[in-house]
Write a protein that binds this ligand. Sequence first.
Ligand code: ZN
Length: 471
Amino acid sequence: MLRPLTNPITMAIPVKKEAPVATEERASVFGVFSATNVKRIAGGLLMFFFISAAHGLTPDEQSMLDWIDAHQDEAIKLLEETVNIGSGTMNHAGVRAVGDVMASSMEDLGMAIEWIDMPPEVDRAGHLVARKGGIGAKFLLIGHLDTVFEADDTFQAFTREGNVATGPGISDMKSGNVVLVYALKALAEAGVLEDIPIAVVFTGDEEKPGKPLEVARKDLIDAGKWADIALGFEGAITTEDSDWATIARRSSSSWILETTGTQAHSSAIFSERVGAGAINEAARILSRFYEDVRGDYGLTFNAGTIQGGTTVTYDSAQNRGSTFGKTNVVPSTATVHGGIRALTPEQLAASKTAMLEVVADHLPNTTATLTFEDSYPPMAPTEGNRALADQLSQINEELGRGPMKIWDPLRRGAADIAFVAPYTDALAGLGALGEGGHTPHESLELDSMGLAIKRAALLIHRLATTSNTNQ
Ligand SMILES: [Zn+2]
């Protein structure tokens, strides 16, 4: 169950404003105070506290929240429908089919819908993009259509038990997609969507991005360059008695270290002619990475697998290899495949330079090369992102949940929003509350959908309103 984070009874009483007040919207987020319960006990002291807690809401916002309460079940139906369409990244037809469902649910909003195909060599389904014009701050809303569960996986269906539903991609991130669309619907129903310029990008290959990334992420990046504010709808985080905002995500790159040495009888190792051997050179480098490069907050690197000997095969795509070597032969080759994560582009660049410097410092009669492959860039914790989190935190409080803390990016993986973060303010984690992503136990707390839709709709509305008054 979605737990209330702030006891409304003990909350400080904010100044009451003229605007009509929220009563039922907090009902859905407080399990114990269902909408009907609140109505039944309305009129007393309790109602006063509920009213007071919702002081910031305008009539438009109130009508949005009412609409969301009335349509949460409809949103869950859309979630069920899309979860029941298998859409593993390589199941192109499935990804496209989920895109079709999301497209038709956005068509009524007056958005121009476009399916962007990828060139055949990228071998991905493509992306769904929906756009509408307007004035003021431009919003980019990001979701993804694919899941990690391919067509041959046994985990295929939506099943519900009370408030918890399980299904492939239910948390990562079909619920987020639905939250995104229902936030737009709520804005439209309240009559405040029309003026807001919006691009929605649902990528079709978030779980296994197509290569080259310049092609597979071009449309997302273009949308990021256009936007002023990017919002990512992957799962929200509620833990340790708090809701958490995601203003930063670390990058994800991989590296391959290849060393060579002079193959010879082991009796001659360390001699001027034979030198140290390929495996000692690899060990030197890894040890220096650990001693000299490690330590910066936000930077981690991992040597994931190592092969060394006189004959080595390694397939980096399959992360699989074989080695042959003998205890009495100096090894001629070693291959190490690893990963690296950083918090900012500067940190990533500086770490790569430091690693390359270590590599260049060879042991006798060895060579080494280090190559990097970037997958996700970092989404750095900028002041702009922090300001978005402040707004969301305030909204969260008005919804009776208490302030949001800033989530440590070391505790979260990379995401598509990072591709646009260099060009726009960005906030991630606007989806619903789930767990077990990428496992056959992936589940979602269904009553967190309404809360997530409310947070997103209010955030977009307020940011749009502020940007328009500032013009
Ligand atoms: Zn995922």
